[in-house]
Structure formats: structure tokens, C-alpha cells
Design a protein around this ligand. Structure first.
Ligand SMILES: Nc1ncnc2c1ncn2[C@@H]1O[C@H](COP(=O)(O)OP(=O)(O)OP(=O)(O)O)[C@@H](O)[C@H]1O
Length: 613
């Protein structure tokens, strides 16, 4: 397993991002735009073009304003002349404002549409990538945080897009306005710089602090989300009410959220104060410039029209530059989230040693566990300790043992969700690591004890066992008959098309046993060589359990299978039973052999039998 990679992910996490990190994340922006441009080139080009045209509108409007004022002054001085030119200028300004407004609407529309499209494509990429990632990494909390940020920051990526584009547009506007100022009064540029630099530094300082805070609180915010979820949802409502957990959950939420609020508030209040002071400085410089321009108009150096143009340009520039710097820090912040996203998308799945070995078309000898040991990542506890046994082709084996003995873990290793930390597992003499993982996993039909209850239709819930056969109702019905799920179907108003779960309209919640019958049908969807059922009947009543097993035995005749169960009426039907204790094989044999051993199996069997008497 790629421990080194996990470690590097962890390092990135625990380190707070500096200003340098923020700006170095800018390098992801070209790739981001390449992706947007690649998927939706026409709309993207239209958006760019519209922004470029509109970048000239501020200077054009200010300039026509100047022309209008100068024409008015001229008209006052010489009232006998026809004011044709003046009205032409007014019409021109009206036209520019109208067109610019229309273009702005086109920009807003394409921004929204591009954002929606990009957020859809990136969500699909995240879903696909998650499939490639090993179970070990998905269970790693640091990795999970990374996935969480990649998943939840979709809106931040959409904002990033429009912020960067607006930034480019604003840059062109700023250059045109500065050109105008340089042409008339170059010294105004100096004043402009004085008014803008303090707010720029202020902006960078505070936005990097709030980003650091948000990022370093990822885990806590995940906990807050979790508390919000368990405190207010239909699945937990019964327990929460009955155990009177509301105050406990709300209290824990309050404590954590208050801390975050306080830290956030401190930064926000400080930021407001500093921003107010620096803005005041900016306003003072603006009025300084204004007075100077007025003085030059009075002394006849500038016209009244030029006064409106220059003061308008100066004010607009000051606002545009302030917004520019503000946006720049927003962009740096979102670019870091972009980094999280690309880091996640670029993760390479754990390499398998050799992918050239062909999976046997039919299993000949079977599986062999050779001195297999295992500890979960990040833990030193040996969950499996030097386990050796064989699962022969066509054999029906049962795993028995107390809670936590390691039964499910053994299955996870067999399925290659994890790799043994010691020893090896062979299939027909070949180390299972030599096979392509996906192809290897296809030989199994598995139902776990914590199978997932998809809030899809009943048909889809069975078909997830082999999703390619989603429309093969005959096959789905056959699987349902084997698992007794057909009885559930009969009770549903919409039959196989019944929506399950309470989340969506017309959904129906099933009982634990009904869900289990449906989950069991998934295992039958595949014509798998090896069937594995991890506590498949724990929620079934005695009659249903008996029937399920009768069918299972018929169906799996001659097939390799493993059953984990705490019910000995089920277990005793197996050809061989493996009794696990503290990660070790305590004994193995068929029911009769184990009973005569008079060890743990016999003890547990007698205890359960006594309970039924
Ligand atoms: N993902 C995990 N990460 C770390 N430890 C785990 C994980 N899953 C299980 N364990 C630990 O491994 C041990 C064996 O768990 P396992 O699920 O294999 O037991 P089991 O025999 O199937 O138990 P049960 O009968 O309760 O289902 C337990 O001590 C458990 O705490």
C-alpha cells in the first residue's frame, strides 16, 4: 500500500498555507481554463469576446461624458449655434450604455451556464476518481478531508472562473483608464498608487488569515456537519429522541461552532477596522486629486469636460484597482481549493505488482492463505495473526468467531481491499497480487453485513449487483426469487419500480429483513465463481432464513462459497468451518468434527442451542 503517498498528503494537510502557497496555486489556473475551454469552447469564446468589448465601456462612457459637458459649455457660450453635436454625443452615450448593458447580460448568462457545466463535469470526475482510489485511502481521515474539500468546493471553483475572467476584463479597463490619465495629468497616477497600496497589503494579509483558519478547521467543520446531520435527520431521529441526545449533540455543536465563530469574528472585526481606515486614506487622496483638478480648471488649464473625465477616471480607477486587488486575493484563495481538486484528480491508484497474469476461467484448486497477518493502516493491533488455511474449489466454508475476531477482515483481504502485512494469498498457486485487481474482484459475488441501502427503485437496488443488466428484468426477477426479495416486490404498489427509502417522493422504507433480502439478490445477479455472504440472514426471521439457505445450497452446488454467520443452524450446513479467535485460527473442520473437539465451537453451539430450548 502506498503509505508514502498517504504521508505526503498528510504533510500537505497539517501545514498551514502561506501567502507563497496561495500565489503558487495560481499555476493551476491555466489548466482550469483549459478544461473549461475544452469542454465548452464556443460559449467560453463568446464570454471572452463579450468581456473584451465591455472592458472599453468605462473609458468610452467617461469620454462621451466629457464631450457632452464641453458641448454644453460651448452651447452656453454661443447660444446662436445649433446644438446638433451635443445631441449626437448624448445619443452616442445612450447607445454605449445600452450595448454595454446587453453585453453584461450575455456575460452573466454565459458565466452561469459555464459554471453549471463545469461543476457538473468536475463532480462526475470526482465520482469516477473515488472509484479508482483504494479503500485504505478512503478510510484515512486526512485523505477524507481532501476528498471532502474537492467535493464541497464546487461553488468556489465556479466563482473562481468568473473572478478570473472579470479580473482580465478589469485589467483591460484599468489600462485604458490609466492611459487617459497619463495623457492629461500623469501626476495623478502617483496619487493613485498612494491611495491603493495600503488597501492591497491589508487585503492580502486578512484574506490569507481567513483562508488559513478555514483550511485548518477542515476536520472540525466536518465534525460540525456530522453533528448537524445526526442531530436533524430521519435516520437518527428515533434514537436521538429516545435517548434524549438533543442537548448533548446541540451542546457539542455549540461548543465547537462558538470557537470557530469567535476566531472568525476576530479576523472579520479587525479586517473591517483596517479596511475602513485604509479606505478613508483612499478617499482623502481622491479629494486631494479632485481639488487639484478643480484648481487647474479655474486657472484655465483644463476644460470642465476634462474635469469630469479626470475626476471620474480617477475615482473609477481607485475603485477598480481596489476591486482588482480584492479579487486577486479571492482568486488566490480559490486557487488553493483548485489545487485540492487537481491533487485529488491526479492521484494515481496504488500500483499492482504485475497485471499480466490471467485470471483462471474456472477455479481449479482454490485459494490458499499462507501465514497471513494483517494490521489496519495506522494501527499496530494485529487483527489477523499468521493465518493459514485452504478454501478448495467448490467448497462451502463458514467463518465463525466472536465479535472482532477478524472474520470480515479476512474477506476484505481475499477481495484485495487491503493487502496482507505478512504472508500471502494464492489462487490456484498464483499470488492474488499478480492479477489485475478489477478483473480479480469480478470473480466474487459479495454481500457485506453493512451493505448499502440505495435510495433508488427496488429494481435498481437489485441490479447494482451487476449494473450492466439493469434492464434485464427476467434476470433481476430470478435473483429476487432466490433471495426471497420477490415477496417484498409483491407487497409494493409499484412492484420493481417502487422507490425505496424516505428521501424522495413516493419512497417507502423497508424493514431490516426486507432490505436484507434485496441486498442478497444483488449477490445472485452475478454468475460469480465465488459467493461470499457476510451475515446475510441476521435480520431474517427463522422461516425466511431456512428458505434462503435452502436456495443458497441449491444454487451454489459445486461452487466455492464463504458464509459468515453467528447462527449455528446456518453454519452447520457448511462443508468446513473455520473458527477464529483473536485473529488466529483456533480450529477447523465440519460440524461433527468440531463438536467432538469440545472446544470454542462446541461451547458456542451449545450456548445457542440452550437459548433455543
Ligand atoms: N477499517 C478498520 N480500521 C481499523 N480497524 C478495523 C477496521 N475494521 C475493523 N477493524 C478492527 O479489526 C478487528 C476485526 O474486525 P472484523 O470486522 O474483521 O471482525 P469480525 O470478526 O467480522 O466481527 P463481527 O462479528 O463483529 O462482524 C476489530 O478489532 C476491529 O476493531
Amino acid at each position: 500500500m502506498p503509505r508514502s503517498r498517504l504521508k505526503s498528503i498528510k504533510d500537505v494537510h497539517t501545514k498551514k498555507p502561506s501567502l507563497k502557497d496561495s500565489f503558487s496555486a495560481f499555476r493551476y489556473i491555466p489548466r482550469f481554463f483549459r478544461e473549461i475551454g475544452k469542454h465548452h469552447p464556443k460559449m467560453f469564446l463568446l464570454n471572452l469576446l463579450a468581456r473584451l468589448v465591455n472592458a472599453f465601456s468605462p473609458v468610452a462612457i467617461l469620454w462621451t461624458g466629457k464631450l457632452i459637458i464641453d458641448a454644453i459649455v460651448l452651447q452656453i457660450k454661443t447660444p446662436e449655434t445649433e446644438p446638433t453635436l451635443l445631441w449626437k454625443y448624448v445619443a452616442l452615450e445612450f447607445f454605449i450604455v445600452l450595448v454595454s448593458d446587453l453585453i453584461n447580460r450575455a456575460i452573466t448568462l454565459t458565466d452561469g451556464l459555464l459554471g453549471d457545466l463545469y461543476s457538473n463535469t468536475s463532480s462526475i470526475k470526482i465520482i469516477r476518481k473515488t472509484r479508482e482510489i483504494g479503500i485504505e485511502e478512503l478510510e484515512d481521515p486526512d485523505f477524507y478531508d481532501k476528498l471532502e474539500r474537492a467535493r464541497t468546493q464546487t461553488s468556489s471553483r465556479v466563482n473562481l472562473m468568473s473572478n478570473v475572467l472579470t479580473q482580465l476584463q478589469s485589467l483591460v479597463s484599468i489600462i485604458t483608464l490609466i492611459t487617459g490619465l497619463i495623457f492629461f495629468e500623469p501626476w495623478l497616477i502617483g496619487l493613485l498608487i498612494i491611495s491603493i497600496i495600503p488597501s492591497f497589503i491589508n487585503e492580502i494579509y486578512f484574506s490569507s488569515s481567513s483562508y488559513s483558519l478555514a483550511r485548518s478547521w477542515t476536520t472540525e467543520r466536518r465534525e460540525l456537519d456530522y453533528l448537524r446531520y445526526i442531530g436533524a435527520n430521519d435516520k437518527t431521529a428515533r434514537e436521538v429522541k429516545l435517548f434524549g441526545l438533543t442537548d448533548f449533540i446541540a451542546g457539542r455543536f455549540k461548543k465547537l461552532s462558538d470557537q470557530y465563530y469567535q476566531l472568525n469574528k476576530d479576523i472579520a472585526v479587525k479586517r473591517t477596522w483596517y479596511t475602513a481606515i485604509f479606505n478613508l486614506l483612499g478617499t482623502l487622496t481622491y479629494y486631494g486629486a479632485y481639488i487639484l483638478i478643480i484648481y487647474r480648471v479655474i486657472t484655465g488649464i483644463l476644460t470642465l469636460g476634462e474635469l469630469t473625465f479626470l475626476s471620474g477616471s480617477f475615482n473609477r480607477l481607485r475603485n477598480s484597482l481596489q476591486a482588482f486587488f480584492y479579487r486577486l486575493t479571492r482568486i488566490a484563495e480559490s486557487a488553493l481549493y483548485l489545487k485540492d481538486y487537481f491533487d485529488f484528480i491526479d492521484l494515481k491508484p496504488a500500483p499492482t505488482t504485475n497485471k499480466t497474469f490471467k485470471i483462471p476461467t474456472s477455479i481449479q484448486e482454490g485459494f490458499c492463505f499462507e501465514r497471513v497477518s494483517f494490521s489496519y493502516p495506522g494501527s499496530t493491533q494485529k487483527v489477523l495473526d499468521n493465518i493459514s488455511f485452504e478454501l478448495r474449489s467448490g467448497e462451502k466454508m463458514a467463518f465463525v468467531g466472536e465479535n472482532g475476531a477478524g472474520k470480515t477482515t479476512l474477506i476484505k483481504l481475499l477481495l484485495r481491499f487491503y493487502e496482507p502485512t505478512g504472508g500471502r494469498i494464492l489462487l490456484d498457486g498464483t499470488d492474488i497480487r499478480e492479477f489485475n485487481r478489477e478483473a480479480y474482484q469480478k470473480i466474487f459475488g459479495v454481500i457485506f453485513q453493512d451493505f448499502f441501502r440505495y435510495e433508488f427503485t427496488l429494481r435498481e437496488n437489485i441490479a447494482v449487483g451487476k449494473i450492466e443488466d439493469l434492464d434485464d428484468l427476467d434476470k433481476i426477477a430470478a435473483a429476487a426469487r432466490l433471495s426471497l426479495a420477490n415477496e417484498v416486490v409483491k407487497e409494493m404498489e409499484s412492484g420493481y419500480e417502487q422507490q425505496l427509502g424516505k428521501r424522495f417522493k413516493k419512497g417507502i422504507e423497508l424493514s431490516g429483513g426486507q432490505w436484507q433480502k434485496i441486498a442478497l439478490a444483488r449477490a445472485y445477479m452475478k454468475d460469480a465463481d465465488v459467493l461470499i455472504l457476510d451475515e446475510p440472514t441476521s435480520a431474517l426471521d427463522a422461516k425466511a432464513e431456512y428458505e434462503v439457505f435452502e436456495r443458497f445450497m441449491e444454487l451454489t452446488h459445486g461452487k466455492t462459497s464463504i458464509i459468515i454467520s453467528h447462527r449455528f443452524s446456518t453454519v452447520r450446513m457448511a462443508d468446513r468451518i473455520l473458527v477464529l479467535q483473536n485473529g488466529k485460527v483456533l480450529e477447523s473442520g465440519n460440524h461433527e468434527e468440531l463438536m467432538s473437539n469440545n472446544s470454542l465451537y462446541a461451547e458456542l453451539f451449545s450456548l445457542q442451542a440452550a437459548g433455543y430450548q
